[in-house]
Design a protein around this ligand. Structure first.
Ligand code: BG6
Length: 487
């Protein structure tokens, strides 16, 4: 039975890219599917002085553009627009919140979801104003978009400012990777199949690879990206979360703290990468001009808004070790970058080789079993196993076959990550959101690498756009006698 929840969802930065491209389409689906009751309001707050009619027209235009498939429905939009409200507010100016406060006072008892889809520098100011206008009630929650800081010190400042006004249990820090269907499926796969339980450890697993490759460049965000780079933008958060889900111990339940406690233990067990390891276990890269799918694309400096002489990495590859019993001597290779040859995200669990072969070396040689969890663009889970080549052959010949554990084509529409996560905020379920200690522990680990790069003057190595990063990233894994899956 769908629970029809009445709430006010307030989007600060309501006309920003994230709000119109991701949040509104997600809310459209949730409302249309009956998860958010008709009396609820979606209140967009921004500085840019739109009338209510202009706001509705803008939302409609963006939904038509951003709703995938044929999900936009003109008739349904007539109902959806009843949810929509707009209020102009300069978020930096405390005097400017009066109109917004008045709107909120209309329903003082209602659950309030304050989604801060703004730059993190405004998080503290917005929370303070909500408090000063007496708009934080026992049923108010706040949602924070990443980045929560660019290092431990700045993330602490942000967390402190928000914590002055909201209890930790009311703070929902989004990492949209946790809302992806296949990412959630990692937990289902690991903890609902006896098959994997006894072999999910150092005795049977040789290593794990996590690749998040993007073919896009900076999409008009040069200034932001130049400040952050691949380590802060992707590894400290998205890849870290994937790593945690794949390697954590089974939580005692799916409640928020049990899952997050287990993730935190993994982060705290990561071996710091410092000293000589910075040169052998990390690779930084930066793309130069090249071509993707036969289209010429500019280099990092030539992107819109770019300027030369930046040392920001647009690619990073790391060998990570987890110092605990389960993962002793099992390296986890992480890799992410912009302007790589194609967009794909994938986790590969590579099992150890069999201890002894009874098969003559005919047909395929015996390859290790692999579990490949594909997150995007085509979601799938496959297992590679060895099998007998059918028919009369000269002796027993082997072949590698692929078992599909999940076939996305047969599934109903897969909701977008933001749909899952917004619904969880509405339902007050924090399991898929990052707790403060988790974010800060991830920064402690990432800061060691970032500081090491700076202190040792480790510069990014160039790689042409359209390739899979600098050759050094291949050398890094080959030195361990392994190779990147599929290359
Ligand atoms: C964001 C990063 O968090 O994730 C972007 O800031 C990146 O730089 C994006 O492009 C990738 O998300 P997805 O869901 O497209 O893989």
């Amino acid at each position: 039975m769908i629970q029809n929840i009445v709430c006010d969802i307030i989007i600060f930065g309501g006309h920003g890219d994230l709000a119109l491209r991701k949040l509104m389409p997600a809310l459209y689906h949730l409302c249309r599917n009956g998860y958010i009751a008709k009396e609820s309001r979606i209140i967009s707050v921004s500085r840019d002085g739109y009338s209510q009619e202009e706001h509705i027209a803008l939302t409609k235009e963006k939904l038509q553009l951003n709703l995938k498939g044929d999900c936009y429905n003109e008739e349904y939009f007539e109902s959806f627009k009843e949810y929509l409200h707009y209020v102009q507010t300069d978020l930096k100016e405390s005097g400017s919140y009066e109109g917004f406060a008045e709107l909120m006072r209309e329903y003082p008892e209602r659950e309030r979801i304050n989604y801060l889809s703004t730059s993190p520098v405004l998080f503290g100011t917005i929370c303070k104003n909500l408090h000063d206008y007496d708009l934080i009630t026992p049923v108010s929650r706040v949602v924070l978009e990443k980045p929560i800081g660019r290092d431990l010190a700045s993330s602490r400042v942000i967390n402190e400012e928000v914590a002055k006004h909201f209890e930790e249990s009311a703070i929902f820090r989004i990492d949209h990777y946790l809302g992806k269907d296949t990412v959630q499926n990692i937990m289902a796969l690991r903890f609902s199949n006896m098959l994997f339980m006894p072999i999910w450890n150092a005795q049977y697993i040789d290593h794990i690879q996590i690749t998040v490759a993007e073919s896009v460049g900076l999409e008009g965000r040069w200034d932001y990206y130049n400040e952050y780079g691949a380590m802060r933008d992707m590894i400290q958060n998205h890849l870290m979360q994937l790593l945690c889900l794949v390697t954590m111990e089974p939580p005692c339940s799916l409640d928020g703290n049990s899952v997050r406690d287990e993730k935190l233990k993994v982060i705290r067990s990561l071996r710091p990468i410092e000293g000589d390891d910075l040169k052998t276990k990390t690779v930084r890269g930066q793309y130069s001009a090249g071509a993707i799918e036969k289209e010429a694309v500019p280099g990092f400096f030539e992107e819109e808004g770019g300027s030369p002489n930046s040392d920001t990495e647009t690619f990073a590859a790391l060998r990570v070790d987890i110092d605990n019993w389960r993962w002793h001597n099992v390296p986890i290779y992480l890799r992410t970058g912009k302007r790589m040859s194609k967009r794909y995200s994938e986790i590969v669990v590579d099992f150890k080789e069999i201890p002894h072969s009874i098969f003559p070396n005919k047909g395929s040689c015996i390859d290790s079993n692999k579990l490949v969890i594909r997150l995007q663009p085509d979601e799938s889970i496959s297992m590679f196993v060895m099998n007998k080549t059918p028919g009369l052959t000269d002796g027993m010949r082997l072949q590698k076959v692929k078992l599909d554990l999940k076939v996305a084509e047969n599934a109903p529409r897969v909701p977008d990550a933001y749909e899952y996560l917004l619904l969880d905020v509405v339902r007050n379920n924090p399991t898929l959101f990052m707790r403060r200690d988790e974010v800060e522990a991830a920064w402690i680990w990432a800061d060691t690498i970032l500081d090491g790069w700076a202190e040792n003057n480790i510069k990014p190595k160039p790689y042409p756009a359209g390739t899979n990063g600098p050759a050094a990233s291949i050398a890094m894994i080959e030195k361990d006698g392994r190779s990147w899956y599929g290359e």
